[in-house]
Write a protein that binds this ligand. Structure first.
Ligand code: SAM
Length: 267
């Protein structure tokens, strides 16, 4: 596996087990997607397929195109979804910047993915192209002050002499946009009936162990991957868990979500 491929990868089985907050948010976003039950809908950045399964349950006569850049995520999603939804779910290894579909999707759904996609101008143009006229984009991603507390703590830790050499040239793998800039980008891509808004969505994990595993698998997995030795990774996570243990409530991630929806004009 090349360095470039490795940087796209996730521990998909651990993600599947731990991504409880993402499932809860995903269910609420699904409620905002108007469906008859016979459409072809993409899950853009489907991950391990936990939320995709809930989308499939709402499409008894329809189909889902599950798209992701990570081969691990697609493999886990396939294992979980194919036996339960035979012939109803199709998997595409694709970069959301350049979706290889043109005007074929009735709607696009996406949760917890867009903040991992670097270029949002390209992202929205690509999503717009893939939709049929009249199709909806209904999505949610990290936005605004998402995870500001834990990111600030991680940055302070990364500059300590023990860890600093591993973070030379570091560029944050995620970006958290605001509602006005996102609405402008969606309009520029061609979307109408655009709505964007931010909401606070803190997630409290059950204990220190789950908090550390969650950081290592989800929130800070790219940070942790820069530290070569397992003992160093443990020290990095231990320090963040020590600080989070003193918060009220303890082991709480300060999530903010950016909701967005918009429609491709009918003609
Ligand atoms: C935090 S997971 C969310 C997965 C799922 N939507 C959920 O809510 O559980 C983010 C997903 O976005 C995918 N992703 C990140 N950048 C991507 C890109 N440029 N194109 C396609 N998928 C991407 C990742 O591989 C990962 O599976």
């Amino acid at each position: 596996m090349t360095r470039n491929q490795a940087s796209r990868e996730w521990n998909s089985e651990a993600y599947h087990r731990l991504a409880r907050p993402q499932l809860e948010w995903g269910l609420k976003v699904l409620d905002r997607l108007p469906l008859r039950g016979d459409e072809t809908v993409a899950d853009a950045g489907c991950g391990s397929g936990k939320v995709t399964a809930k989308l499939l349950e709402r499409l008894p006569r329809g189909r889902v195109v599950a798209m992701d850049l990570s081969q691990n995520m697609l493999q886990t999603a396939r294992q979980h979804l194919e036996p339960k939804f035979p012939g109803q779910v199709f998997f595409i290894a694709a970069d959301l910047h350049d979706i290889p579909l043109d005007g074929v999707l009735d709607d696009i759904f996406s949760t917890a993915a867009f903040h991992w996609v670097p270029d949002h101008e390209r992202l929205f143009r690509s999503l717009f192209r893939a939709l049929k006229p009249g199709g909806w984009l209904v999505a949610q991603c990290g936005g605004g002050a998402n995870l500001a507390r834990v990111r600030e703590r991680a940055i302070a830790l990364m500059s300590r002499p023990e860890f600093a050499p591993f973070f030379a040239g570091w560029q944050a793998p995620t970006h958290y946009e605001d509602k006005i800039i996102t609405a402008d980008r969606m309009h520029r891509a061609g979307f109408i009936e655009v709505e964007t808004w931010l909401e606070e969505a803190p997630a409290t994990l059950s204990d220190r162990q789950e908090y550390k595993e969650f950081l290592a698998t989800v929130t800070l997995h790219r940070h942790v991957a820069r530290i070569p030795d397992p003992a160093g990774r443990e020290r990095f996570l231990d320090e963040l868990a020590r600080q989070a243990g003193a918060d009220d409530p303890p082991f709480t991630l300060d999530y903010w979500r950016l909701n967005l929806s918009g429609r491709k004009p009918k003609d």
